[in-house]
Design a protein around this ligand. Structure first.
Ligand code: ATP
Ligand code: MG
Ligand code: FE
Length: 333
């Protein structure tokens, strides 16, 4: 089967074409980052407008890349939530229009399920598995017994990991999105500062990053007041060490307790070099396979939506024309 997938939940207009669940024929991502940069974050109204302007062009570009027409497409998959409602609506309406005009089945996909299924483009999924989801809006440990079955065993109680990265970057006057900049700086510095690690209750797989973020801002503020300077590189390295240590520790612990066969890394922060390296190190000694997607499949894209959509299609989980954008869609429902 050939799935055409559309993703417009945030600030990338993305369309992908995927054959038989794993063969990627096109993966087009039109990023709006340049338009949002000067505001230091994503402006919802601007995002929707850009999606409207880009969506048809990106669909055509994907079909051209795959050397196909709509006749070759088996089904249309689209991100229905969570995300920005006005942004999601552009993708959902485009998908419905295509499905109606060309008489194709329609499949709704959860954005985070998409991030997890990016891994299916790397390797066949082997259950039970655990996924560490670290993105701009989510930080979760998700347990899966089988395809399409998601159990969130831990999640952030405040900021998401990516959000913490972006806020710390902002405090260091780095451009949006700050994650990649902190990552780069972290590798040039030394983790000399003693920053907190939020382990929470010993039996909890939840996360918390707002205390760490505040600690970084306090360190900067106090240094400024005392007329001292702290190297941005060292601050970035210390911050990253704290984030990575907690993420990796809890993931390893959960992987052992739940006796999973695989651990999948997912979401934009999965692009983080420090996190990738530390996870690889830790899983060397454990009898559990670690899968890490290539960088292009970590941040938002439609290939991952197609990968999740292909499973839903196989299971016959079709949406009707009543499909609507759902900004608060739950992964477990
Ligand atoms: P969600 O998926 O939760 O709805 P989103 O789609 O906005 O949120 P993603 O696109 O998955 O988020 O990820 C973007 C986030 O990833 C941003 O916060 C960005 O700073 C972060 N990020 C990207 N690359 C890196 C990196 N190398 N190190 C750390 N963070 C990174
Ligand atoms: Mg994004
Ligand atoms: Fe995302």
């Amino acid at each position: 089967e050939i799935i055409l997938a559309i993703e417009t939940s945030c600030d990338e207009t993305a369309v992908a074409i995927l054959k038989n669940g794993t063969e990627l024929l096109a993966n087009i991502v039109a990023s709006q980052i340049e338009s949002h940069k000067r505001f230091g974050g994503v402006v919802p109204e601007i995002a929707s407008r850009h999606h409207v302007e880009a969506i048809t062009v990106v669909i055509d570009e994907a079909l051209e890349k795959a050397e196909m027409t709509m006749d070759d497409i088996t089904a249309i998959a689209v991100t229905e939530g969570p995300g920005l409602v006005g942004a999601l609506l552009v993708g959902v309406n485009a998908a419905k229009a295509l499905a109606f005009a060309h008489d194709k089945p329609l499949v709704g996909v959860h954005h985070i399920a998409g991030h997890i299924y990016a891994n299916r483009l790397v390797k066949e999924m082997n259950f039970p598995l655990l996924s560490l989801v670290v993105s701009g809006g989510h930080t979760e440990l998700v347990y899966m017994k089988e395809h399409g079955d998601f159990e969130v065993i831990g999640e952030t109680r405040d900021d998401a990991a990516g959000e913490a990265y972006d806020k710390v970057a902002r405090a260091l006057s780095l451009p949006y999105p700050g994650g990649p900049h902190i990552d780069r700086l972290a590798h040039e510095g030394k983790a000399t500062l003693n920053l907190p690690r939020a382990w929470l209750e010993s039996d909890s797989y939840d996360f918390s990053f707002s205390g760490l973020k505040s600690a970084v801002i306090n360190v900067l503020h106090n240094a400024k007041q005392r007329g001292e300077t702290i190297k941005d590189e060292d601050l970035a390295a210390s911050f990253q060490e704290s984030v990575v240590e907690v993420l990796v520790n809890k993931t390893v612990k959960a992987a052992k307790e739940y006796e999973v066969k695989q651990v999948l890394l997912a979401g934009g922060v999965a692009a983080n070099k420090g996190l990738r390296k530390q996870l690889e190190e830790s899983f060397k000694t454990i009898d559990c396979e670690l899968i890490i997607p290539p960088l292009s499949l970590c941040t938002d894209n439609a290939a991952m939506i197609a990968a999740a959509g292909s499973i839903a299609y196989q299971k016959g989980k079709f949406a009707t024309y009543e499909l609507n954008a759902n900004p608060g869609l739950s992964l477990e429902s």
